[in-house]
Design a protein around this ligand. Structure first.
Ligand code: GJV
Length: 418
């Protein structure tokens, strides 16, 4: 026991990295910039830590920091892309069944091919991450491309070849098993189609593979499908989820279990909740597109840090439990003036297997009609684990009704998952 105590007192400070800029107020709080290294000496509360930046000591907001994994980088990281696990999961049917059963998603890609069938004639197409080959098969079935290169890294590619044969498409569809990054083709393509979108649009960062393939294999003037993507945010209520995970501890079986609430917050609200079903009536304001990507011009380096702003005017009074995010993608027409096809994964559209992503605040806030909620959202890609990111939210609420013109500020960072 004694020895342990001594260890604690001598505990060496932990290394952290700042996720974004922070300007401290008063003499007790430190200011720092995104990327700064901090030494955390003590964690007196969950939200505020005692830390050192460039020899100066003071309080820092814990949510602005992430553990410095530099040490890990040298030793234990074998594959920052975790490809064995990633492509392993796509080698079984579970995920393909989920994607193919998603009618909204799959039908959108079918519509894109159908509406562009005339223009696809004699075009060379690449289907990146073709899975079971559904999009490639739509191309062969509904249009007359000269060739479709169906690229798939997982072992599913073996079956995809069989499906192409079984459906009489082997003249048009060529299945290539391998990572798109290592691909060799006899020619450049006119169209690069892919279904790369993850939770919160970017999670998994398959988009990087798509951009690299674009730069190498899409001919000048070729078309990307999807051509544009947007991430959307809305402040929302989440009464049921809050009750299930947090209010529950108030009086289970007539007993007071509230000492478990900090633990519950840590366990259930630290990471975002994937597969959240947001009811339109739980939106407290009109949603806001926070990040818009042009798939023709987006660069891999842009993915490291993507920042967006939001500005909401509350349309309802109620409890603000958190933010919900979803995405929309657009497919431009191959014809001049042709109609754009959209896939919207938001609460007002047909449900998809992505559902929505919920970011719970640590403490719900009561808001009124007319209150202004504004702030920023930043997606920080994990510098080590390339398929992961942290979503940092900063906001302030200006109360319209209060005479004192009160303003509340909040900040929280959500790892997904590292
Ligand atoms: N090269 C080849 N196939 C890939 C690659 C890559 N770089 N990355 C992902 N895939 N929308 N979040 C494959 C993966 O094996 C799976 O079959 C499919 O693309 C993912 C599609 C859905 N995931 C998503």
């Amino acid at each position: 026991m004694e020895a342990e105590k001594e260890d604690e007192e001598d505990a060496s400070p932990e290394e952290f990295v700042a996720l974004s800029d922070f300007s401290g107020s008063g003499s007790e709080q430190l200011s720092f910039s995104s990327g700064d290294k901090l030494l955390v000496h003590a964690k007196p509360s969950a939200a505020w830590w005692w830390a050192e930046v460039r020899g100066v000591i003071g309080y820092v907001p814990a949510s602005y920091l992430r553990q410095d994994t530099a040490e890990e980088e040298d030793t234990s990281i074998e594959d920052p892309w975790q490809d064995e696990e990633y492509f392993g999961s796509y080698g079984t049917l579970k995920l393909h069944l989920e994607m193919l059963s998603d009618r909204s998603r799959t039908e959108t890609y079918r519509q894109v091919v159908l509406r562009n069938s005339a223009s696809l004639k004699n075009k060379a197409v690449m289907d990146l991450g073709c899975g079971t080959g559904i999009i490639s098969l739509f191309c062969a079935q509904l249009a007359q491309p000269s060739v479709v290169y169906a690229v798939e890294a997982s072992s599913m590619a073996e079956y995809t070849k069989q499906l192409v044969k079984q459906n009489g498409c082997e003249e048009v569809v060529t299945v290539l098993q391998g990572r798109a990054e290592e691909l060799e083709l006899p020619e450049q393509v006119d169209v690069l189609v892919s279904e790369w979108m993850g939770n919160c649009l970017l999670f998994e960062f398959m988009v990087e593979s798509v951009l690299l393939a674009r730069d190498r294999w899409l001919r000048d003037g070729g078309v990307m499908w999807p051509s544009a993507a947007a991430l959307t945010l809305v402040p929302c209520r989440a009464d049921r989820y809050y009750a299930e995970k947090m209010s529950f501890w108030e009086r289970p079986y007539g007993l007071d279990f509230t000492p478990l609430q900090p633990l519950a917050q840590q366990e259930f609200f630290t990471k975002p909740k994937f597969s959240h079903h947001l009811e339109p009536e739980d939106c407290l304001a009109v949603s806001c597109d926070v990040i818009c990507l042009d798939m023709h011009t987006l660069q891999v380096s842009d993915l490291e840090e993507m920042k967006g702003e939001f500005h909401f005017c509350m349309e309802k009074s109620g409890i603000f439990h958190g933010f919900t995010a979803w995405f929309t993608v657009q497919f431009e027409s191959l014809e001049m003036g042709g109609a754009t096809v959209k896939l919207n994964t938001g609460p007002d559209s047909e449900p998809t297997h992505w559902k929505q992503t919920l970011f719970m605040l640590d403490r719900p806030v009561s808001v009124n009609v007319g209150d202004i909620l504004s702030g920023t959202v930043t997606l920080h890609r994990n510098p080590v684990w390339r398929r992961h990111m942290t979503v940092a939210l900063h906001w302030n609420i200006n109360n319209s009704k209060s005479d004192a013109d009160s303003c509340q500020v909040g900040t929280k960072s959500f790892p997904m998952w590292r």
